[in-house]
Design a protein around this ligand. Sequence first.
Ligand SMILES: [Zn+2]
Length: 124
Amino acid sequence: MAKCPACEHEVATPFFMNADAWRWLACPHCAAKLERKSPRYLVALSSFMLALIALGGLGHRYRIIASVLLFALMVAFLAATSAQLLRPELQLRKPPPKAEVELKISDPPELADHPIHKRAEEFD
Ligand SMILES: [Zn+2]
């Protein structure tokens, strides 16, 4: 469950691995299109972890400090991740940007005897 940012109602969220269900998620109360808020603090935590690993390379004393901090950080990371999975934060989904290049699907006839088509026939 999560809170809809538009109408403050509770919204049932799909399983976190179900990317397709997430793509079509909308609020059943106000029909706002919703998406998962990307947890920015997880990115901050992982960059801090890298800094600690670098700190550990400076010497024996630093390595002990870095190890202790890394362990604490790992616990915080796990707690934050599981909280995010149990109760994800939602934000309104923006409409996708308009395509700059239009894709033309129809096959021009002069390409019919292109080598790539001959190769495809061999596999039929
Ligand atoms: Zn809503």
